[in-house]
Design a protein around this ligand. Structure first.
Ligand code: ADP
Ligand code: MG
Length: 592
């Protein structure tokens, strides 16, 4: 068989197969070129999902004759000149093959006008060597007609028109997100699909592109370490999250990318701030020295390789974590409550009931900690000394001085601070404390046990017994002393001291163990171990509906000070709501 060098045209068609898979890929390349040319406005005009025509018009720097002739040649690029340039690439394109590929698979026309030209110049794929003069505004307009007309095999692989249009719109949305300052306009079969104005801030831009839903719910990310900068926004997961992945965007050095390392790091960083089975929305921009990422991985360039995955994982997850541990996720004053209460004051509702009677007040007379362990071993520290081993968290300042006003609806603890009123959910607050405390003790190898005077016998069925065997390690690590007793029972000899006073009742303990052994793990917490701790914490915390004594309330509020992430429980429910005095004054029109 004779060897022959492929004609240029066929070589280009083969290369096009890699770069230009569908209309969306053409649009991506053309928009990138417009961005590289410094455009502030890009218009995309489509017919029949881009299969009939695609026109991308920008107001960038344009091209002079010499460049216009070179642009559609393979490996013609103004962006790199030697191999080492590949490692410091900051423009979108650099391979110099997009235009060559597009020219080879569609009838293509480029019209361009640099700012100092009085009229435009044009070439087309039909006669790529001859330039004609045409009227044009500043910038470049590239029209692509009858895509894949000469490569029917490729055309066969296209999806339905609606699917192709959807891919196009996805690609365009990424650009709209990452280039707030650029105006984007998209029309399809003469109807306007998108007209995004230019915005000076990313937040405004996002609120526009992602829609009303996220308005006012964005938390800002701003983090820098080890030459890596992480900026962007995450929608407050207490206010907005989805049961599927929606609006999740990572950009690395301006380029949209997908990466499991980044996704894993993000969920790790959010941790228990996200509700079970839910997914957050976010747009995150990562800027890294191009020398430590490999951008030249895949022709369509959405996959990326990091030289040091562990490091990038840690950086991203700390960046996200810092959003939640630094800012209180205080909810806004509920306007519905405002309306209702102005018609029917809450306190009036309770007038005449025994709610604020002496009976309740008596609780306040009980001095300090009266909670007793039914079987208190001599070595057992009081709950307050337990929490002192944890360091103070973000709420400690708010709670530096406070007064417990009472309990509301046997569910909320009312706490007056120097700046407002906190409504603390008694169950969530205690649950979160147990969760953090157990984790802390575990991580610091200081899990303490409380021996039971008499071991509890707990009957298990076959599948529960299997679960028990699987989880025995974890239970022991957390401070339980448990063992199998025959085929169908387990024996509990000791429990974690953090939960001590909660687990003294056999029924409580049984219920807690059942819930740990059942498969209901909490998906949003980082790993199985955390999930088990979360379910123990939930099961052992005071329930809504339990009437609390003053010392019990005091202990719950005291413990809040030591929470590192006090704003939500592991399931993502808020621990407390805050009503600022300022806000109240405004609502009562005392101030404007
Ligand atoms: P690359 O972008 O990888 O360099 P392309 O084939 O996309 O390769 O483009 C080749 C060259 O043509 C670019 O390097 C640039 O100099 C020029 N070019 C392409 N599109 C435009 C445009 N819209 N405005 C100005 N110059 C452009
Ligand atoms: Mg390009």
């Amino acid at each position: 068989m004779g060897i022959s060098v492929l004609p240029e045209e066929i070589a280009n068609q083969i290369a096009a197969g890699e770069v230009i898979e569908n209309p969306a890929a053409v649009i991506k390349e053309l928009i990138e070129n417009g961005i590289d040319a410094g455009a502030t406005s890009i218009t995309i005009i489509l017919e029949n999902s881009g299969l009939k025509t695609i026109t991308v018009k920008d107001n960038g720097e344009g091209m002079v004759e010499e460049d216009l002739l070179k642009a559609p040649q393979r490996h013609a690029t103004s962006k790199i000149t030697c191999f080492n340039d590949l490692y410091s690439i900051s423009t979108m394109g650099f391979r110099g093959e997009a235009l060559a590929s597009i020219f080879s698979v569609a009838k293509t026309t480029i019209t361009t006008k640099p700012p100092h030209y009085t009229s435009g110049i044009q070439i087309s794929s039909e006669s790529p060597d001859s330039i004609s003069s045409v009227g044009s505004s500043q910038g470049t307009s590239i029209s692509v007609e009858n895509l894949f007309y000469n490569t029917p095999a490729r055309k066969k692989y296209l999806k339905s028109d609606t699917m192709e249009l959807r891919s196009i719109m996805q690609i365009i949305k990424r650009f709209q997100i990452s280039y707030p300052q650029i105006e984007f306009k998209v029309t399809h079969n003469n109807s306007l699909l998108v007209h995004k104005p230019s915005f000076s801030t990313r937040a405004e831009n996002l609120e526009y592109v992602l829609g009303k839903e996220i308005r006012g719910k964005l938390l800002e990310i701003n983090y820098e370490t080890k030459g890596i900068s992480i900026t962007g926004h995450i929608a407050n997961p207490t206010e907005i999250s989805y049961s599927y992945k929606k609006n999740q965007y990572f950009f690395v050095n301006g380029r949209y990318i997908t990466s499991n390392v980044l996704i894993d790091a993000l969920y790790h960083g959010i941790g228990s701030n996200l509700m079970v089975g839910k997914h957050p929305s976010f747009v995150i921009f990562i800027t890294i020295d191009p020398e430590i990422i490999d951008v030249n991985v895949h022709p369509t360039k959405t996959q990326i390789r990091f030289e040091n995955e562990q490091e990038i994982f840690e950086v991203i997850s700390s960046a996200i974590d810092s959003v939640f541990s630094s800012k209180p996720l205080f909810r806004e004053f509920d306007t519905k409550l405002e309306v209702e209460s102005s018609e029917k004051p809450i306190l009036e509702k309770n007038e005449g009931s025994s709610y604020f009677t002496n009976d309740f007040q008596k609780h306040f007379e009980v001095e300090e900690d009266t909670i007793s362990y039914e079987q208190t071993p001599t070595s057992s520290p009081s709950p307050n000394t337990q929490s002192q081993s944890l360091s103070l968290g973000p709420l400690s300042e708010e709670l530096y001085e406070y007064k417990i006003l009472g309990q509301l609806d046997k569910t909320y603890i009312l706490v007056e601070t120097t700046t407002g009123l906190l409504l603390v959910d008694q169950h969530v607050a205690e649950e979160k404390y147990f969760y953090e405390k157990m984790l802390y003790d575990k991580n610091n190898n200081q899990v303490k046990q409380q021996q039971l005077l008499k071991p509890y016998m707990i009957p298990l069925d076959n599948s529960e017994m299997l679960q028990f065997r699987e989880n025995k390690e974890i239970l022991i690590n957390m401070g339980f002393e448990v063992e199998e007793f025959g085929e169908q029972e387990i024996l509990v000899r000791a429990v974690p001291i953090t939960l001590g006073y909660k687990t003294n009742h056999p029924d409580r303990l049984k219920e807690m163990l059942y819930s740990i052994l059942s498969n209901k793990t909490i998906k949003c917490v980082e790993d199985e171990h955390h999930a088990k701790i979360a379910s123990i914490a939930c099961r052992s915390a005071i329930m809504a509906g339990d009437e609390l004594s003053y010392p019990q309330m005091k202990r719950i509020v005291e413990n809040l000070k030591y929470l590192q992430k006090p704003f939500q429980c592991p399931h993502g429910r808020p621990t407390f709501l805050k009503y600022d005095f300022k806000e109240l004054q405004k609502k009562f029109k005392r101030i404007v």
